[in-house]
Ligand binder design. Structure first.
Ligand code: 5GP
Ligand code: ZN
Length: 115
């Protein structure tokens, strides 16, 4: 998608601090971190929201979850824990319309995720 920020990051047109990359998935540090570790995990395929996931994306979504496990281990937070957030649609506050998972870690999270 030409006007998608995350597609531009995937293509290297916008710089990012990558923490993981393969042929289908990219993970990079959030530009405005909400925790000591704040990583965005995205598919390279442009899928705008969680509601746009198709049957053909099942393998990709499973692979993203396995990648999150791998990143959590590499970042040494597999045991201490982390929070995974996927905003979807207007009421969630989703700003970038390319599906992404926020991996937040490195501090004790509050009891509530809503504000
Ligand atoms: P959303 O609110 O859509 O769930 O989250 C979008 C996230 O993308 C935000 O946490 C924001 O800081 C991050 N973000 C937006 N633009 C950029 C960018 O150009 N580079 C990086 N690394 N993160 C970005
Ligand atoms: Zn995109």
């Amino acid at each position: 998608m030409d006007d998608c920020i995350f597609c531009k990051i995937i293509k290297g047109e916008i710089p990012s601090e990558k923490v993981y990359e393969d042929d289908e998935i990219l993970a990079f540090k959030d530009i405005n971190p909400a925790a000591p570790i704040h990583i965005l995990v995205i598919p390279k395929k442009h899928i705008s929201t969680l509601m746009e996931i198709n049957d053909e994306d099942m393998h990709l979504m499973g692979k993203i979850m396995k990648t999150i496990q791998k990143i959590a281990k590499e970042q040494n937070v597999a045991e201490s824990g982390f929070r995974l957030i996927a905003n979807c649609g207007p009421d969630s506050g989703q700003e970038v319309m390319h599906i992404h998972f926020h991996l937040l870690a490195g501090r004790k999270m509050g009891p509530k995720i809503i504000s």
